[in-house]
Write a protein that binds this ligand. Sequence first.
Ligand code: FUB
Length: 454
Amino acid sequence: MKRKKFLTAIVWTTAMAAHAQNPIIQTCFTPDPAPFVHGDTVYLFTDHDEDDAQYFKMKDWLLFSTTDMVNWTFRGVPLSTETFKWAKQGDNAWASQAVERDGKWYWYVAAEDTTVHLHGVGVAVADRPEGPYRDAIGKPLVPGGWGYIDPSVFVDDDGQAYLFWGNNGLWYAKLGRDMVSLASDIIQVNIEDTTAFGPKVMKHDYALNKKVPKGGFEEAPWVYKKNGIYYMEYAAGGVPEHWAYSTAENIAGPWTYRGRIMDEAIGSFTIHGGSIEFKGRHFMFYHDGRLPNGGGFRRSTCVEEFTRGADGSIPHIDFTKGNIYVPVRNLNPFARVEAETMADSYGLKTDRQAGRDHWLTRIYNGSWQRLRAVDFGTGAAKVTARVRGKAGGTIEMIVDGKTIAVLDVDKNAGWHMVSAPVEGVKGVHDLMILYRGGDEELFDFDWWKMIPYL
Ligand code: FUB
């Protein structure tokens, strides 16, 4: 037991040192993050770079959620190119953004319009954030055109909704009250205006193999309003891109360039994201290539907390390894915790399906996950978990280097509950869950819950 505890402590310390919180999702690649605040929850809609992508290899869109900004729950793959019959199948599922309005969820995506073989914007609708979604109109909302990617949806105070989009060009249109029709002509914004989108810089263009002036706005508009001012954050400066913003007093402009927010992303030539305000705090989302095996076509969502100036301005934000901001709230382990909830992890995958039921899979000896700020209160008597045995193994729960519970999962057992006593933990701690067993895949893991003393 002494040797086991020693090993546990080593694994814990190494894990803490080697893996920080950014990127925030480690089970798959999650480019083009589009967060949406809905009451006490932040929903994170992302694209999906395939694990073996050598170029853009994207076929579906993912959903995650959090209530504390540190522990993220996988909510499935609610949308794929299959939802849009007019779109190229199994490819070119590019950046998206979703909003809730009057109880319906509208998810705007860039997908390839097969009639012109260029990206256009589609819209899917659902009654819940996790779907099921259906193509709202059975055709592109914005038919394919050069640069017609990266939709950003924004609903103004007066109820008028707008859709912005664009790469190497910037366009917008009013949305109808139904959110699934255009209610105006498509208007092009002049991105050559350096007052609006910042100075040009000389950058090497790989296609032309020479330096050319690269402008302010590149792609990925992220439009919102705060204290009566319209904000547009966007990828800027050609590739590699940095993140910048402009403001306007009118949605139709003129826009005024306000500066660079983030430098070029680490390990990725694109940087796509957007900021939110949640519980009075400000968080900037973006993607980079930092995850192991990550890169320009295998990108992952990251988050930085920042403070706005009194005038609403956005400061320059440095990239961190994450794990530096205080969770918005503690996690309650006495209510069902989905196994696919974690702050960081190693060697784990989630299922890849739509719907409400999801689980952790591809669990091997040495895989682990960490949850932050778990509030054990006055202590737990036992822990119970829903699992499905494959080769079988153990789920070890560790707090501050000490094992507090070990759950055994039998070989080849269908979905069933297991439980184990919990030893000596009270108050708020990070929780590490370490998986042990033989060389084969151990089991699938659905959810767990602590049981209080009676
Ligand atoms: O993910 C595909 C494309 O890369 C997005 O649409 C752009 O914003 C860039 O991130």
